[in-house]
Ligand binder design. Sequence first.
Ligand SMILES: [Zn+2]
Length: 90
Amino acid sequence: MPVCSKCAELDLTVEIRSLGELRKALRGIQDNLADGTLEEVIGPTPPADTTRFPDFVSTGYACRGCSRVFRLDVETYHGRGGTWGPVRYD
Ligand SMILES: [Zn+2]
């Protein structure tokens, strides 16, 4: 797949091991939603500064340039963490 300039810098899998890292990931996602790089396809995206996350944050996004799909899946209740990354279909 050709590299898309809009989402190239998002196209890596990032481990999220703490609420601080989750907040950082959410801030990045909100920025990309605000500037039109991503659109939310599975939501809602929780605000980065919330004090009460859902037990499981599981959201999905599509790049507006190339339609590549990204997922955020983080278990917060037991603090197991999770990942941000592109969804691979191959
Ligand atoms: Zn893209």
